[in-house]
Ligand binder design. Structure first.
Ligand SMILES: NC(=O)c1ccc[n+]([C@@H]2O[C@H](COP(=O)([O-])OP(=O)(O)OC[C@H]3O[C@@H](n4cnc5c(N)ncnc54)[C@H](OP(=O)(O)O)[C@@H]3O)[C@@H](O)[C@H]2O)c1
Length: 299
């Protein structure tokens, strides 16, 4: 990661337990499969500053101190609030840390997520992300297509080609696609290499099962958003039964299931709590037996 205006340093880190799931290569960038999603660090409805500013900074620092090297964000969170928090908490960034961001949506005064995918919108968002994160180069930019209701059919060529131009100018290392249909993923892959797809997926939302497997076969990462269910964390009698049998929390089982589901799945669970962050890291290391997996399959 190239940090603006300062020499990037790697602090001496104490020995710590490896994160569950090991690592994955996004192009030439190695990241921990257990990452962190920063969206819910902003205020209510992902608008404005957090209620607990110092707590938000503490969660980001605790994540990196735990060994997390993949943080997911977007200039639309806050808007710009989450990126500014990441910079405040973590800049100058350790060389091992990779911040993935997204472009393609903006925010309106009501907290809505209008699309913003004209070439000038895409260019502006890339430059805002660079400025707010304090970077010369963005490690990974996902083009978010679709809308707040989910993927929508339609060509992504124009905004994706704009990102490719910015990549060729040296402002972006790797490209990804988010909130997309399989046809859009394939359309993007025909234009330029795609290192990850970030779509809604969790134990209760498995519409992308075939896509997860297809990307695994290609060595492309699949990054489920809302891995814990998002604004309404997952609740299910089956999940609770399996968790009780293992003496674990249901959300731990949900994360462990994702890690076991496919080696190309990267986790970006969100939390505003250091305690939940630690609980999630420990919980994701659970090993689910065949009978657990079979029961969860029926959820
Ligand atoms: N590409 C896209 O369109 C898109 C859309 C949405 C999200 N995303 C990305 O995906 C990331 C993850 O999504 P998300 O954060 O919205 O949803 P999530 O990870 O599925 O769930 C986060 C919610 O779970 C709660 N939680 C976390 N750990 C918990 C624990 N151990 N016990 C109880 N509650 C717990 C959090 O509350 P606490 O704060 O109280 O822990 C928070 O409300 C986001 O940060 C964002 O980077 C991308």
């Amino acid at each position: 990661m190239t940090t603006t205006g300062t020499t990037t340093t790697t602090a001496t880190t104490p020995t710590r337990a490896p994160l569950p799931g090991g690592t994955w290569n996004l192009g030439d960038l190695t990241v921990t499969r257990f990452g962190y999603g920063a969206m819910q660090l902003a205020g209510p409805g992902v608008m404005g500053p957090p209620a607990d500013h110092d707590g938000a900074v503490a969660v980001l620092r605790a994540g990196v101190e735990s060994g997390i090297t993949h943080v997911d964000t977007s200039g639309a969170y806050g808007p710009r609030v989450t990126n500014e928090l990441i910079r405040e908490a973590l800049h100058p960034y350790p060389a091992s840390l990779h911040v993935a961001t997204k472009v393609g949506a903006t925010r309106d005064a009501q907290g809505g997520w209008p699309t913003a995918r004209r070439p000038e919108d895409v260019r502006r968002q890339v430059h805002e992300n660079l400025d707010d994160l304090g970077l010369d180069v963005l490690d990974l930019v996902n083009l978010r297509v679709g809308d707040a209701q989910g993927p929508r059919d339609g060509s992504l060529a124009e905004p994706f080609e704009t990102l490719v131009e910015l990549q060729q100018q040296g402002l972006i290392r790797h490209l990804g696609i988010s909130n997309a249909t399989r046809a859009q993923v394939e359309e993007a892959q025909a234009i330029a290499p795609v290192v990850c797809v970030q779509n809604l997926y969790n134990l209760a939302h498995r519409e992308d099962d075939d896509l997860v497997d297809a990307l695994a076969a290609q060595g492309v990462a699949y990054v489920p958003f809302f891995p814990l269910g998002g604004f309404s964390p997952l609740q299910s009698a089956t999940l609770s039964t399996v968790a009780a049998r293992l003496g674990a929390e249901p959300l731990s089982v949900a994360l462990a299931w994702l890690l076991q589901r496919s080696p190309n799945i990267l986790l970006i669970p969100g939390t505003s709590s250091v305690a939940h962050l630690r609980e999630n890291i420990a919980g994701a290391a659970l090993t689910l037996a065949e009978e657990d997996l079979a029961e969860l399959e029926r959820l």
